[in-house]
Design a binder for this molecule. Structure first.
Ligand code: COA
Ligand code: ZN
Length: 324
């Protein structure tokens, strides 16, 4: 294949940073509110389109994010960044709306078993609540995106039918969802699958804002992101340091790492608006915050054009060998 055959997606993409929510919800250490605020504020300086700051879930289900109100009220909002939060039910919506979010991210699963395990509701119950929640949020003037979990595969059921995913997305779009996020909850997606579902989604719902949410559980995160971009997707969720995972999905692990995604786009000349240097500074602070090193490969290696001084012995060695 020659270079001209490489398919390019959009010249500008939006990056939504989800580490404060998807990242911290699965960490064994409950991060103190002050440290979370420092993290969100550091991310706010990076140039993200959106930051998903927390979730309004039951404190029994997600103890790590029990301080959702405090985070939303006390973070320093930077103009231009849209602050959102995950909301699973009507009780969560009421809490979220008391915190003046710019938008909300409602959630349900495409597969019945994961919906029951994660949300303790049938899909029909979730759908009914989500429709009511979209209407309520609309009355409050807050756009509600819906994240559909397990659309590329379910850790309990295996393959998930594209037709069911698209029908669900259509129903939610018709109910007034501001956008739909297709989520690969446990990294079961592979690149041509991602491309096909994203293209089918855009053909069926051309007016719906589509976001892709990928996990790197099986090492295909960036390959899937590239496939989504080539298929026309312009909105990407990602988590700093590659943190993340759903505690109610067996085998779950980190989101596609924001720094790796931003670095890949920057290398290809795709505008993300994200300042990689500032983001890497925030990533460098993660071990202190979560009590473990998430092992960011990009932080270790640096951006691709970071060069190193050759070792001191090199010049002497070649001089002694008589090389010019
Ligand atoms: N926020 C705070 N508390 C909530 C709540 C919410 N959004 N929803 C329910 N509760 C409380 C209820 O008030 C009740 O409290 P009580 O026992 O003190 O009376 C308790 O939780 C149980 O309520 P119930 O409606 O029976 O909820 P549940 O136990 O069936 O849980 C969810 C349902 C959706 C709240 C819970 O499963 C959940 O939070 N899931 C989120 C999972 C998640 O975030 N996964 C990762 C992201 S994909
Ligand atoms: Zn996720």
């Amino acid at each position: 294949m020659n270079a001209a055959a490489f398919v390019r997606g959009a010249a500008h993409v939006e990056i939504n940073e989800v580490a404060p929510r998807d990242g911290l919800q699965i960490e064994p250490l409950v991060v103190p509110t002050e440290a979370k605020l420092g993290f969100v504020d550091a991310l706010s300086a990076c140039g993200f389109a959106r930051i998903e700051a927390t979730s309004f879930t039951s404190a029994r289900a997600i103890p790590a994010l029990a301080d959702a109100e405090a985070v939303m009220h006390r973070m320093q909002r930077v103009p231009g960044v849209r602050y959102t939060a995950l909301v699973p039910n009507l009780r969560g919506l009421e809490r979220a709306l008391s915190c003046a979010p710019d938008e909300l991210n409602l959630v349900m699963s495409a597969s019945e078993t994961h919906n029951r395990a994660n949300l303790r509701m049938t899909r029909a119950q979730s759908l009914a609540q989500l429709e009511a929640m979209i209407a309520e949020a609309g009355k409050a003037g807050v756009p509600a995106n819906v994240s559909l979990s397990t659309v590329f595969g379910c850790p309990f059921e295996g393959e998930v039918d594209d037709a069911e995913v698209l029908a669900l997305a259509q129903r939610l779009a018709e109910a007034g969802a501001a956008g739909i996020t297709l989520c690969d909850t446990t990294g079961m997606a592979y690149p041509d699958q991602v491309a096909h579902l994203c293209m089918a989604f855009q053909a069926r719902l051309p007016a719906a804002a589509l976001t892709i949410h990928l996990h790197n559980t099986r090492g295909m995160g960036l390959a899937n992101a590239l496939a989504a971009w080539q298929a026309g997707v312009t909105r990407f969720d990602a988590a700093a340091g590659g943190l993340g995972g759903c505690p109610y999905a067996p085998g779950a692990s980190g989101n596609v790492s924001t720094e790796e995604l931003v670095h890949m786009f920057a290398a290809m000349g795709v505008e993300t608006g994200v300042d990689l240097g500032r983001l890497l500074q925030a990533v460098a602070g993660l071990p202190d915050m979560i009590g473990r090193d998430p092992g960011s490969q990009l932080l270790r290696a640096g951006p691709r054009l970071r060069t190193h001084r050759p070792p001191d012995w090199l010049a002497a060695h070649f001089a002694a060998a008589g090389a010019a």
